[in-house]
Design a protein around this ligand. Structure first.
Ligand code: ADP
Ligand code: MG
Length: 381
């Protein structure tokens, strides 16, 4: 019987991204199995409490490989050996090789540069002599980041003077670091796209992102005043990089805009917080395109875009009644326990409907509930 292909999809991770991927897969009639990460912050209680996958246990990997046809991820911070073991049995998208690059800030910088995409000046730092060499080469200020497992500004230390260098703990150095020169950016941008199995790449427009304390608080789509040739060159370079990996799924690239051009910061082999606006501002959101891609279905080219502002709900939940009274505002909560600095949801504001006044009101409501975590070592904001 002809019809929609219905591969069974396993999603590694039950955070909000796994949840929103599931919500996008259900209307396509796809059978989704979310694999718990074991984190207390599961956003999928409706799936029942399941023990986290122990991929070191061959029986558990075997059971998962029998239960699904395709495995995808909501986070790059997955055990690569587990992904590789799964890839020997079922289709893993994006490929473990691409996820492996995006797990490591050194390898991702090398990949970006190999495709002609500018990055900050950087040095790999493994020990004290390496740190001193990086300081000598890059100067102050510089940011030290763990090569792996960083997110929301965690695992980062800014060094502004020799005293900061002396204060870097041995235990931090031992984690394997990258040192980056401070990029004098005027704003932060990101590029989100989806590549299909057939090799089509659908790009959303560049968006502008605002962070506080290392956490995304706001995305404006599309970004204002982007020169079309700049965007076109970036798209071409990203498409070449994804082609090289035979990448399938949604992909994001975080960027700095500087007076001398666009500089890439980091990549994500997955749906991304700066793409959440697509749930309101485009016909096919980043989650739907990801699911379509990994299921072997055609993706949508995402040409039409309604100007949208996405506001992250962090640490505290705003007044839903007041928010939803504003035209063009939608609220998406993830069902997580409030805690300072934790992403609990997001609000999308369609600008043509809400107007400047509606956006200001929504922003004020979200701001009132906002609770950011105090993180020592964050850049001053
Ligand atoms: N080299 C840099 N120069 C200036 N600011 C930076 C640099 N690297 C990171 N930042 C700031 O810190 C934020 C978080 O860093 P990022 O590398 O994106 O890590 P994370 O994985 O935590 O998102 C960035 O969005 C940016 O605001
Ligand atoms: Mg980032």
């Amino acid at each position: 019987m002809m019809g929609v292909p219905r591969p069974r999809i396993g999603i590694l991770g039950d955070g909000q991204l796994g949840r929103m991927l599931t919500l996008a897969a259900l209307p396509l009639g796809l059978d989704v199995r979310i694999v718990s990460s074991g984190s207390a912050a599961s956003t999928c209680p409706f799936l029942g409490r399941r023990p986290p996958l122990d991929g070191d246990d061959p029986q558990q990997l075997d059971a998962l490989a029998r239960a699904v046809d395709v495995v995808t991820v909501e986070s790059e911070n997955v055990r690569l050996d587990w992904l590789e073991a799964l890839a020997a049995r079922v289709t893993v998208l994006p490929s473990p090789a691409a996820v492996g690059v995006a797990q490591d800030r050194v390898r991702e910088k090398e990949a970006l540069q190999a495709h002609g995409i500018a990055t900050a000046q950087w040095r790999q730092v493994d020990d004290a002599p390496g740190l001193h060499g990086a300081v000598r080469d890059l100067g102050f200020p510089l940011v030290l980041k763990t090569r792996r497992f960083g997110y929301d500004g965690k695992g980062q230390r800014w060094l502004r003077a020799e005293a900061d260098v002396a204060a870097v703990p041995e235990s931090f150095l031992a984690r394997g670091l990258i040192a980056e020169a401070a990029v004098p950016f005027t704003r932060e941008l990101s590029l989100v796209c989806t590549r299909s199995g057939a090799g089509d790449v659908a790009f959303w427009p560049l968006v502008e992102n605002v962070h506080r304390g290392g956490i995304l608080v706001r995305t404006e789509a599309p970004a204002r005043d982007v020169a079309p040739p700049v965007e076109a060159a970036l798209r071409a370079a990203v498409a070449r990089m994804l082609d090289g990996w035979s990448y399938v799924g949604t992909f994001a690239l975080e960027l700095f805009d500087t007076p001398t051009g666009v500089v890439a910061n980091e990549m994500a082999p997955r749906v991304h917080n700066t793409g959440h606006w697509t749930q309101a501002g485009t016909a096919t959101c980043q989650f739907a395109n990801h699911v379509r891609a990994v299921a072997g279905l055609p993706i949508d080219a995402c040409a039409e875009v309604a100007p949208t502002v996405m506001l992250n709900v962090i640490g505290g939940v705003p007044d839903a009644r007041a928010l939803l009274a504003i035209p063009g505002v939608s609220l998406h909560l993830y069902g997580k326990e409030p805690r300072p600095g934790r992403k609990l949801g997001h609000v999308n504001v369609l600008l043509d409907r809400a107007g400047a006044q509606g956006l200001a009101s929504a922003g004020a409501l979200v701001d009132t509930a906002l609770r950011l975590a105090e993180e020592p070592g964050d850049p001053p904001t």
